[in-house]
Write a protein that binds this ligand. Structure first.
Ligand code: SAM
Length: 292
C-alpha cells in the first residue's frame, strides 16, 4: 500500500503559472489513454531497470500525481517516488495512497532549477515528467538535461511524457484553423517559453550530451465521447488566441461557435499532438529501436 509524507513542508517554490487542478483532473483520462502510444519506450525502460532492487523515481512537475498513477503500476518492483512541483497546493492534493503496490511517496516543493538539490546524492534515480517540458524556458530545460545526462558523469534513465508538439488537426477542417493555430502557438512561445519546440529541443540537448534518445507519438484523439474535455480545450484555445491577438476576437468567436455546433452534433474529432521522450545513458545496452 502506498503512503505519503512531506519532504519539504510548506517549501519554497515560486508558483509562476498556477495550473488549475480541475484541468489536470479533466485531462487525466485522455493523457493515460494517449500513453499507449509509447508502450515501446516503456518496454525499453523497464528492460533497462530490470536488475534494480528498489527504484527511486523522481517525477518533476508532478501536479496532482497523474504521472505516478499511470507509471508506478507499470514499473517493476518496490518503488520510492519523490513528487516535485513548484506549486505546493497541487502537491498537497495528490492522492498517492491510491497507488497500489510497494510504493512509498514523498513530496518536494521545488522548481526544475532546484532539482539537483532535491535529488539524494549517490542514488540511481529514474527521472520522469508529464506535460511539463513545453512550460519550460531554455535555461530550465538545460538544467533538466544536466540532471539526466550530466557532463562527465553517467546519466540516468528518463521518461519525459506528453509534451505538446503544436500539431493539432480538427476534423472537419475550418478555413480559420491555421490562423487560430498560429496565434495559439505564438502564445505557447510567449516570454521565451519553449512551447511546441520543447520536445525537439530536449531531444537535441540530450543527444548532444551523449544520451540515447527515442520519441513516440502520444497524441490525444478526442471525439464525441470526450465532450467535456473537448469543450474545455476549444474554450481555452479560443481564449488564448484572443489573449495573444485581440484583433482576432470576432474570428475566434465565430470559429468557436461553429466548433460548438459540431461538438453538440457529435461531428467533431480533434487530434492534439503530444510526444513521449525516452533517454537512456550512453553506457546502457541498447535494444532494437522503433521510435521516430
Ligand atoms: C500541465 S501540469 C502537469 C501535471 C502532471 N505532471 C500531470 O501530468 O497531470 C504542469 C505541472 O508542472 C508544474 N511546473 C511548471 N513549471 C515548473 C517548474 N519550473 N518547476 C517545477 N514545477 C513546474 C506545474 O505546477 C504543474 O503542476
Amino acid at each position: 500500500m502506498g503512503h505519503g509524507r512531506e519532504r519539504v513542508p510548506g517549501g519554497a517554490g515560486v508558483v509562476a503559472r498556477p495550473v488549475a487542478p480541475e484541468w489536470l483532473a479533466l485531462r487525466r483520462a485522455a493523457d493515460h489513454q494517449a500513453r499507449a502510444g509509447a508502450q515501446g519506450l516503456l518496454d525499453e525502460l523497464t528492460g533497462h531497470l530490470r536488475d534494480r532492487d528498489e527504484l527511486l523515481v523522481v517525477d518533476v512537475g508532478a501536479g496532482t500525481g497523474s504521472n505516478q498513477a499511470w507509471l508506478a503500476p507499470r514499473l517493476p518492483g518496490p518503488q520510492h517516488w519523490i513528487l516535485v512541483d513548484h506549486d505546493p497546493a497541487l502537491l498537497g492534493s495528490v492522492e498517492a495512497d491510491g497507488v497500489s503496490g510497494e510504493i512509498e511517496t514523498e513530496r518536494a516543493v521545488a522548481t526544475v532549477g532546484d532539482l539537483a538539490e532535491v535529488l539524494p546524492p549517490d542514488r540511481d534515480v529514474v527521472l520522469t515528467c508529464a506535460a511539463l517540458l513545453d512550460l519550460l524556458r531554455p535555461a530550465e530545460l538545460d538544467a533538466l538535461a544536466e540532471v539526466i545526462a550530466p557532463a562527465g558523469r553517467p546519466g540516468v534513465p528518463a521518461l519525459l511524457s506528453l509534451t505538446v508538439t503544436g500539431e493539432v488537426a480538427l476534423d472537419p477542417g475550418h478555413p480559420d484553423d491555421a490562423t487560430v493555430a498560429a496565434a495559439f502557438d505564438a502564445h505557447q512561445r510567449r516570454d521565451g517559453l519553449l512551447g511546441p519546440d520543447a520536445a525537439t529541443t530536449m531531444a537535441a540537448a540530450l543527444r548532444r550530451r551523449g544520451a540515447h534518445v527515442e520519441l513516440a507519438a502520444t497524441d490525444w484523439v478526442l471525439g464525441p465521447a470526450d465532450e467535456v474535455l473537448l469543450r474545455r480545450y476549444l474554450d481555452d484555445r479560443a481564449a488564448v488566441v484572443v489573449e495573444e491577438r485581440p484583433d482576432l476576437d470576432s474570428l475566434a468567436r465565430a470559429w468557436r461557435a461553429e466548433r460548438e455546433w459540431q461538438l453538440q452534433a457529435g461531428a467533431l474529432t480533434v487530434r492534439v499532438g503530444h510526444v513521449d521522450l525516452l533517454s537512456l545513458p550512453s553506457d546502457a545496452p541498447q535494444q532494437t529501436r522503433t521510435g521516430r
